[in-house]
Write a protein that binds this ligand. Sequence first.
Ligand SMILES: *[C@@H]1O[C@H](CO)[C@@H](O)[C@H](O)[C@H]1NC(C)=O
Ligand SMILES: *[C@@H]1O[C@H](CO)[C@@H](O)[C@H](O)[C@H]1NC(C)=O
Ligand SMILES: *[C@@H]1O[C@H](CO)[C@@H](O)[C@H](O)[C@H]1NC(C)=O
Ligand SMILES: *[C@@H]1O[C@H](CO)[C@@H](O)[C@H](O)[C@H]1NC(C)=O
Ligand SMILES: *[C@@H]1O[C@H](CO)[C@@H](O)[C@H](O)[C@H]1NC(C)=O
Length: 474
Amino acid sequence: MSFRLLSLLCLVIAASYGDALSIEPRSSHYVKLPVVHSTNRRVFAKVYENKRDVATVPLAKRADVAYYAKLNIGTPPQPVYVQIDTGSFELWVNPNCTSLQGTTDVRFCRAIGHYEPSSSSSAVELTTTKTLRYGIGQAAIQYVIDNVGLAGTDALLENIQFGVALDTVDEFSGILGIGHGVNVTIPYKNMIDQLADQGATDTKAFSLALGSKSEQEGVIIFGGLDTSKFTGTLRTQPIIEGPDGVPRYWIQMESLGITPPDSQTKQYSNTSMAVFLDSGATLTLLPTSLANEIAADFGAEATNPNGFYAVDCKFNNQSGTLSFAFDGVTIRVPYREIVREIQTAFGTQCYLGISPSEDFALLGDTMLRSAYAVFDQTNNAIHLAQYSNCGSTEKEITAQMDLGKITGNCEAPDFEDADASSNPMPPGKGSGTGSNESGDAESRASTWKTAGFRKWFTIWVMIYAIDFTFGLIL
Ligand SMILES: *[C@@H]1O[C@H](CO)[C@@H](O)[C@H](O)[C@H]1NC(C)=O
Ligand SMILES: *[C@@H]1O[C@H](CO)[C@@H](O)[C@H](O)[C@H]1NC(C)=O
Ligand SMILES: *[C@@H]1O[C@H](CO)[C@@H](O)[C@H](O)[C@H]1NC(C)=O
Ligand SMILES: *[C@@H]1O[C@H](CO)[C@@H](O)[C@H](O)[C@H]1NC(C)=O
Ligand SMILES: *[C@@H]1O[C@H](CO)[C@@H](O)[C@H](O)[C@H]1NC(C)=O
């Protein structure tokens, strides 16, 4: 389950499937997706061709922004973008966009690609169906087995089971659930299981750096990590059983505090609790009394009817931080990352990226952007560090590796500087993930490919973030 209330709209782009080969044993077993955030709307041109439509999408119950990975499904390959979601377990895609309500949803669905089993010679349609329920929205699916290529790489996973949507509610794109899979949450192998099973990765682990809001890129590496995307030493947090009994990426948070600009840190009371990490959720959800207390420190007295705290946009320009403390590591989240800026017909409005919830305490994109996290099912742990970007130094994750001892190459961000914290590299300059502001996504991906990275069994993917929302929150 995930809570994609309002999120980043990103795309993972990659090079053509034409070069896809079957996976063979390699010296390095990892699959990298350089993630490029951008306000570049090229990829979503079809979504945004009519500004007025865009401005009238009701946002209250859906994602404004999310992170998408591009898959090439079937034979011949049908390219489909799916949302990367650490909070769910299964992959599903839209077959066509006919069952969606509203023209913008349909346009979005068409722009991001869809998959029709009847057009794939390798598809095997199963008779089983299921309804997947998310924090918001649901999808009724029918299972299919087909080949899935990881766009921009030579990785072709064979006989992957996934869902094809029959009907959806409040979901307008497919979802790539990368939580626990076979015999833990579902009776078949999900993508994480299959990546390990088919030799693309050594262990069931992947690292995620969403990157800061203002930055142009982030990175996800299945079976690997990038020591130039964090500062300090990764600290191992055991995955614990969550209050909902569902095996998710639950870990224990020890405390939560706030450090206003030029002030002492204040710890909130009663903040030791289980939280889960959910990339499919834009917002961070905390117990109501705690969320209210934090909101009050941002000058917000109560939530609006949609459950959002409206705050002054000045916080985006201040150097304060929220500190999420775990065993051995504290993730500092700059105000700029926790405050969401929404362009509306009435001008810019800002909201706290935290909402109250009595059901779940979860850390969504508004917190995760400031963290570097290795999700490690093999060792049943999350290895956490402060995100920082100082280039790219990739390593394969092997079964023998002690991830809790790996130190990042980056300097600690300067949290006193409202502009520089957690974003030490100017966008497009040098972070080895290959940002090139002037090139489009597809051409960048192929440039990297021909640069010889393919032999590392690497996928190059870019994520395009649409850093503004396309609707009103009223
Ligand atoms: C769209 O997909 C649904 C579900 O698979 C199917 O019933 C319907 O016929 C499809 N519509 C078109 C126009 O292909
Ligand atoms: C999952 O459980 C089934 C039934 O107990 C077993 O046959 C299968 O080997 C298990 N699969 C994995 C990957 O553990
Ligand atoms: C601490 O928080 C939990 C919910 O997170 C709540 O049930 C409990 O009553 C709180 N305790 C105190 C002393 O405030
Ligand atoms: C924040 O800073 C930017 C540029 O420094 C400025 O244009 C903007 O007006 C400031 N916003 C607020 C609310 O102070
Ligand atoms: C960026 O991409 C453009 C167009 O693909 C290319 O002409 C330019 O040389 C690239 N710049 C760098 C620094 O790679």
